[in-house]
Design a protein around this ligand. Sequence first.
Ligand code: PEP
Ligand code: MN
Length: 337
Amino acid sequence: MVFILKPKVEQDKINAFISAWESRGFSTILSVGTEHTAVCLIGNTSGIDMDYVVQTSEIVEYGRRITERYKAVNRTVHSDDTIITVGGVSIGEGFFTVMAGPCSVENEEQIVRIARSVKESGARILRGGAFKPRTSPYDFQGLGEQGLSLLLKAKKAAGLPVVSEIMNQTQIPLFEDVDIIQIGARNMQNFDLLKAVGQMKKPVLLKRGLANSVEELLMSAEYVMSSGNDQVILCERGIRTFETMTRNTLDISAVVLLKQKSHLPVIVDPSHATGIRSLVAPLSRAVLAVGADGLLIETHNDPANALCDGGQSLDLNQFEQLMSDLRKRAVIENKRM
Ligand code: PEP
Ligand code: MN
């Protein structure tokens, strides 16, 4: 149940309202928006007479029952779009933020060269995997700690914030200078990891699991938010279907649905969604057209010799072309790139 408060209520009255519910055993989420402030109750609210509360409380404008299990991520609780700012870059409604870089950091020359080039083309955030979740234990597992330190060198060289995937809680200290923590598809329901990054003070890029529903993705975001971190970016990266000609199937309707159900920014990874380089640009245009907040695109200086995911990576020229195309379309969509 959520109570939307009247405009300009004094903070001590809000605190008293919250304390009263908490003393009755409910947890609460306080959501402060530009339009209104709301207090959401978590717990068994079936016995609450909502109309009675609205009539008797001097600070409540109206109440609403929330049928969904996700609360903090729910647009009904928080109607304003969340905009996340990292290193001077904004992610969320009104912006179309492109994150680009290789699947894996391979060496200093590679990552610095890619970083400079994608920045020149208009990418706002550099991606680069150091800890790689690979299906086969015999495949390249990423450079680990060394990969992260090379990524941070590229961050400095190009002046771009960086995003990189964390695989477990023990790695948290290594990610101190990483701007956005990526939770990969395979870890979307690693609840201990979600709770741990929920205690961090930096944005989390949460990728949808290979076989997870939209509701499960929202519930995973709820884990992060209910642990104290409200900077969550949702990422649709394709799901496993009966289709075998693409690596995954891009669920474009999920993008629109997520934007409707949640106030969190939604970006799309067309590289992993398809596994096919020639599909990345056309789908990126679709992603912009349906109102997503950005893209995560694998980009490599030499895709044919990439240590990981070369077949789905754009080369630096292809990325440049895509960006100049998207910039024109972003004007029509009223999005800032
Ligand atoms: C990645 O971004 O490199 C990655 C492994 O993605 P996903 O978790 O979506 O498979
Ligand atoms: Mn990859």
